[in-house]
Design a protein around this ligand. Structure first.
Ligand code: ZN
Length: 421
């Protein structure tokens, strides 16, 4: 007798295609319970950590906790925001990892939990051990605080990373930084390229793509939905050139510069068969609808796009796009953390509408190992439920469900990123 589907799914190894494991956070030896809440998506319940147009954001929002932690600091999450999915997922994960016996986090147990977290994080292997317990074998991280770092060196042999391109699309002027503070001029400096002309900038794009493997980077990552409109129009080089080093560049010229940079990077990626990850859905929300990316995807039929987060809340639109364009793959990352019930509905539809079984994969999208552990526990539960429902209604056999689960958890990512098995 094969094991029940849920047991089978809970033991499957994971290839984790997206995290924000940054060495300074993930491997920090000074981490307490409040840090785990602040430096996780649960922290987004307190304030949005990225600006909308015309706003500035408190830089300390996702920074380490200051001063002595008190119960009201913790209650702000587990009571005031206790119904939120980000909070629920993290609490359930901590309950299992720290043996809270199903009680969650309470005024009676939080201090003991805080001490255990602090003790464990002083062990440099703890974070890696938690990822091992989550069943994660390999990890692709997006280390946006040091985009050109070699994650294999900074985080371990089982890590690779992606090259975040936001700063390049905004690089018409040396003063410009993306929402993470990255600048194209800093990339050029790190690579020893003089950035004096628009042609130098084009060369920078090419060198960055050609040196990805040197840095163990396996894809480029477009997270521009946090910085600008993701409707990337056909490149107009003459208009883009007018923005170069021009503080008075018009909004149209600035947009053309970004459109040109992104289009050029997608073309370079296509020529070299390098995947392009792209954030879709909630970010700067009136910029981030997945349909806005259709032009870019259509212009680059030989570029493989890995579109993220089920484009929440526009999952149906994204799935429609993935039905039409065969250069789209779907990264389920974050969608199950935003809303488990939305995720279940969308996964049911994804299974039905996607043309083949190669299209789905997922990651944690988290900063600390405890949050990643929690995310994967939550995702395993939800994927088990959906696949069991598909078996129960006779959509397919249990053997089909097991085959598909193995692909979603690891096989699709191995093939998509051409990893060694
Ligand atoms: Zn992310």
């Amino acid at each position: 007798m094969p094991p029940p589907l849920s047991d089978y799914i809970h033991q499957l190894p994971i290839i984790d295609v997206h995290e924000h494991h940054l060495p300074e956070t993930f491997l920090n030896s000074e981490v307490g319970l409040l840090d785990l809440f602040k430096q996780s998506y649960a922290g987004w319940t307190q304030a949005r950590p990225y600006p909308l147009p015309g706003e500035t954001v408190d830089e300390g929002l996702m920074g380490p906790a200051k001063g002595e932690t008190t119960w009201p600091d913790i209650a702000a999450y587990v009571e005031n925001c206790g119904s939120n999915q980000f909070v629920r997922s993290l609490v359930h994960g901590l309950d299992e990892l720290y043996d809270l016996k199903g009680e969650g986090i309470t005024e009676d147990n939080w201090q003991t939990l805080d001490q255990s977290i602090r003790k464990n994080h002083r062990d440099p292997n703890w974070a890696h051990e938690v990822m091992r317990r989550a069943g994660v074998q390999r990890i692709i991280t997006d280390p946006y605080t040091a985009t050109l770092q070699n994650a294999t060196k900074t985080l371990g042999d089982h890590y690779q990373s992606v090259l975040r391109i936001n700063a390049l699309a905004m690089g018409w002027h040396p003063d410009n930084a993306d929402h993470n503070g990255n600048r194209a001029t800093d990339f050029a400096k790190e690579l020893g390229i003089d950035l004096d002309s628009f042609d130098d900038f084009c060369q920078l794009l090419e060198v960055l793509v050609d040196t990805l493997a040197v840095r163990n980077q396996v894809a480029i990552k477009n997270a521009l939905a946090y910085d600008r409109d993701i409707q990337f129009d056909p490149p107009d080089e003459a208009l883009a050139r007018r923005a170069w080093r021009n503080k008075q560049a018009s909004a149209e010229e600035q947009k053309a510069f970004g459109d040109f940079a992104v289009d050029h990077l997608c073309a370079l990626a296509g020529e070299r068969d390098i995947p392009v990850q792209m954030h879709l859905g909630t970010a700067v929300i009136h910029y981030s609808h997945p349909m806005k990316a259709v032009g870019l995807i259509e212009r680059h039929p030989n570029t493989r796009f890995l579109l993220m987060h089920l484009a929440y809340p526009w999952s149906v639109d994204l799935l429609g796009m993935a039905f039409v364009y065969r250069n789209i793959w779907i990264d389920l990352t974050w969608s199950f953390l935003l809303s488990g019930s939305h995720f279940k509905r969308a996964l049911h539809e994804a299974i039905e509408i996607l043309p083949d079984e190669s299209r789905l994969m997922f990651g944690g999208d988290n900063w600390h190992a405890e949050e990643s552990f929690s995310s994967f526990k939550h995702a395993r539960n939800l994927i088990s439920e959906v696949l069991q429902e598909k078996v129960d209604c006779g959509y397919f056999q249990e053997s089909d469900a097991r085959r598909l689960a193995e692909k979603i958890f690891s096989k699709n990512a191995i093939a998509f990123f051409e990893m060694d098995e």
